[in-house]
Design a protein around this ligand. Structure first.
Ligand code: PLP
Length: 438
């Protein structure tokens, strides 16, 4: 941060040094500039579910718009009970209301967890952009642990154990393991075996696990995604919220499911202090809307299932192009992300002056008008990109409503209707990859 000697502000260098506005913001600015110059950019860099909001949830928000009093810091008791029951119905987890804490987005809860606990953070990578900056804001060090692309980035306890030992030799004591399944940026989920192995590792080392499972309810097939809480209930905090499966990112609603018993109660008390000193409570009307969203209404369960299947159909359009040209990429399990790896074309790309993932993303943007995020934003040195299918043809709210309605009418044929930009992105990607040669 530039130090202006005349300024009355002195910045917290330990918290902020090296941090930049997020990679997503940067790419958005570049896309705006290109659009202003008249180019029609296909935005695969933006990860936001943009389907319509269920009518009952909108109605609940409207109905409670005039409620303006503070509510309990950890959430309305009836809402915490409804969320506990929801986790039972959807994930088969036995959760009591006292284990549920709500916040203004899961991002805020993740930061509160980082502030309320201690020690270095073990972070399997590639990992979402905000975990490391949040750890730094909480003055905690991060131990990145790269997972093996050849193994589909499956959680590998041996790599984690090795990282733990190396950290100990460096006077660090990791106390927290931060997982994200299904993953942003990978688009894939860890299977039950990988989670079980990871649970044994965490139990052996008495690590707290924070498992960010915000994409769980966007799992493309009916089997759903496995939860770490089923494997390590005594030591796991699961985070989630309404941003992904109900396209409600801007309403800012997140949940944390704490472990049962005394450990969970202690953590709830600590979170109550952090939350009480930062956000006081989630906005009252939003809590009432969340009560509708987490209720047992079959129409909402159906809306969630339809959103997830539609994300799957849209994401597979891009995945099949990558497959056709043999680009290594994890199979998408949930949400709207793909994580292709272009290492095989390193020499060809070098001839185009592309040596890093950031240069690869810039090349795609300038030459093909396709916006993506580079793997480097996710702690990855390889020539990888994160593509998102979420934004195309839903740029306007009407587009989101239209593709959603088309899918409800005829799921099998919906991609050929209302998806011109997604199809153009697929053919432009094909043109780029075929131009690389085999
Ligand atoms: C992996 C992951 N975790 C957490 C979040 C934050 O979600 P929210 O704060 O909207 O609940 C996001 C949003 O992009 C995400 O991709």
């Amino acid at each position: 941060m530039p130090a202006d000697s005349q300024s009355p502000f002195r910045f917290a260098s330990a918290s902020l040094a090296g941090l930049q506005p997020s990679a997503t913001l940067h790419i958005n600015e570049r896309v705006q500039a290109l659009r202003a110059a008249g180019r029609d950019v296909l935005h695969l860099g933006f990860g936001e579910s943009r389907f319509p909001v269920p009518a009952a949830v909108v109605a609940a928000l409207r109905e409670h718009a005039e409620e303006r009093s503070y509510l309990p810091v950890l959430g309305l008791p009836e809402l915490r009970a409804a969320i506990a029951a929801f986790y039972g119905r959807h994930f088969g987890l036995a959760v009591a209301a006292e284990q549920v804490v709500i916040g203004p987005g899961s991002k805020a809860l993740l930061l509160a967890l980082a502030l309320a606990t201690d020690g270095a953070v073990l972070l399997p990578t590639p990992a979402w952009v905000s975990y490391a900056p949040q750890a730094q804001l909480a003055r905690r060090s991060v131990v990145p642990v790269p997972m093996d692309p050849a193994a589909g980035y499956a959680l590998d306890p041996e790599r984690l154990q090795h990282a733990l030992q190396k950290a100990a030799a460096n006077w660090q004591r990791p106390e927290m393991l931060l997982l994200n399944t299904p993953s942003n940026p990978l688009g894939s989920a860890q299977n039950a075996d990988a989670l079980q192995a990871c649970a044994e590792f965490a139990r052996r080392n008495r690590l707290m696990v924070v498992s960010d499972e915000i994409y769980s309810l966007t799992a493309h097939n009916a089997r759903g995604a496995a939860s770490m809480a089923a494997h390590y209930p005594e030591g796991t905090v699961v985070t989630g919220g309404l941003s992904k499966h109900l396209s409600l990112g801007g309403w800012r609603f997140g949940v944390a499911i704490l472990p049962p018993g005394a450990a969970g109660r202690e953590l709830a008390a600590a979170l109550q202090i952090v939350a009480g000193e930062i956000w006081s409570c989630v906005a009252a009307p939003v809590q009432h809307a969340a009560l509708a969203a987490y209720g047992a209404d079959p129409a909402i369960a159906q809306h969630i299932a339809q959103s997830a299947r539609l994300h799957g159909a849209r994401t597979r359009v891009l995945h099949s192009v990558l497959q056709e040209f043999g680009v290594p990429c994890p199979l998408p399990d949930a949400g709207f992300y793909l994580y292709p790896n272009f290492e095989r074309w390193r020499a060809v790309l070098a001839q185009r002056n592309v040596h890093t993932s950031a240069q690869l993303a810039a090349h795609l943007l300038e030459k093909y008008a396709i916006a993506t995020l580079p793997g480097s934003a996710f702690h990855d040195d390889a020539l990888t990109l994160r593509l998102s299918s979420s934004y195309l043809d839903t740029e306007l709210a009407a587009g989101g409503a239209q593709v959603f309605a088309e899918f409800a009418r005829d799921a099998d044929d919906c991609i050929s209707r209302g998806h011109p930009r997604l199809q153009r992105a697929a053919s432009t990607l094909a043109e780029f990859i075929s131009g690389l040669g085999s």
